[in-house]
Design a protein around this ligand. Structure first.
Ligand SMILES: [Zn+2]
Length: 335
């Protein structure tokens, strides 16, 4: 989906969704059953809704959820402007869903060594102070991180640890800028855990996802600020800005759209409405139209995207990606 080759992007998009289309009824009944289960438990436990039940677990008031959706709606014109910009920058007469992920500028070809990535992160996180940097260095130098892809190793990246051990980080580092941000992100989780474990007794050291992503995305924000400040060419700056805008689209707008979708389908489940594949696709389509705005052609295939989001089986989880996302102040007026 990130290839500069548009035909490749289009075929990849259509061939993947062709499979999802074939299983739409199976996946709709799986999902509908999951929704019914959530409603059943909520009603049995005398909660007003499944959303109230799931948010109560983390003691998050439901107003937070509504406020997120409302606020993102208020700023949708910015998302629409981003689509217009994307259309112009890619020079296409119609912007399609398969044009959503390609970077707007050429990617730098040279791979960033892991040694260099560590230096970049250390430089970027300098505002956090000497103590933080010393801990970061300790993590880098004391084998907290399993760096590269390996046989049998799971994909993605995460930070984990137990009370009484230092944090452990799993990466599948591939030398791209994206993965330098992943390193900053995961070390944010690691140091959050380290500080929590060293300041709190065992009972209170654990933290909720709602606050966890603040530590990690804050690090990403500091890193982008630093890289933008020292970018030498226009191309480099554009590439970084593209990365930054994409994180707004992917974390703030996309996850809030998912959150709104969940909110709608859980309400419908509670109202005993039938949630068929057609109904789910219709709801999903309407949201895509609202979020992407008039400059995006909402290809029919994207109506099936809800089928492939595993998080929907962990109800009312994804909104926390959006609430944990913070933007650095110098760009507040920018976009
Ligand atoms: Zn994270």
């Amino acid at each position: 989906m990130q290839s500069r080759d548009r035909v490749l992007r289009e075929s990849a998009f259509h061939s993947m969704y062709k499979s999802y289309r074939q299983y739409k009824n199976t996946l709709a009944s799986c999902f509908a059953a999951n929704l019914k289960q959530a409603v059943f438990y909520a009603e049995t436990r005398k909660y007003p809704s499944s959303r109230a039940m799931y948010l109560h677990g983390n003691e998050i008031p439901e107003e937070v959820y509504d406020n997120l959706i409302e606020t993102v709606h208020r700023f949708l014109p910015l998302m629409h402007r981003y689509c217009r910009l994307r259309k112009e920058a890619l020079g296409v007469s119609e912007l399609h869903m398969y044009d959503a992920y390609v970077p707007l500028t050429e990617m730098p070809e040279e791979a960033i060594s892991f040694e260099r990535a560590k230096e970049m992160v250390l430089e970027g996180l300098a505002p956090l102070g000497g103590e933080y940097l010393a801990l970061l260095k300790e993590g880098f130098d004391s084998r907290w991180i399993d760096i590269y892809e390996n046989e049998g190793k799971r994909s993605g990246a995460y930070s984990w640890g137990t009370y009484g051990s230092h944090p452990y980080v799993l990466l599948n580092y591939n030398g791209t800028l994206d993965h330098v941000f992943t390193l900053a992100h995961e070390m944010g989780h690691s140091l959050h855990s380290w500080y929590s474990n060293h300041s709190q007794p065992y009972t209170y050291a654990g933290y909720r996802i709602f606050v966890a992503e603040v530590a990690s995305t804050c690090n990403e924000a500091l890193l982008i600020r630093h890289l933008l400040k020292k970018a030498e060419s226009r191309e480099e700056k554009l590439y970084l800005l593209n990365h930054f805008m994409e994180s707004f689209r992917g974390t703030l707008f996309r996850q809030t759209m998912f959150a709104e979708f969940e909110d709608i389908v859980h309400r419908k489940a509670q109202a005993r409405e039938a949630l068929t594949a057609e109904a789910l696709c219709g709801i999903y389509r309407k949201l895509n139209e609202e979020y992407f705005g008039p400059d995006m052609v909402i290809d029919e295939d994207i109506d099936y995207e809800w089928e492939r989001i595993p998080h929907f089986y962990t109800p009312f989880y994804v909104y926390q990606y959006a609430t944990g996302f913070r933007r650095p102040s110098p760009f507040r007026a920018g976009f």
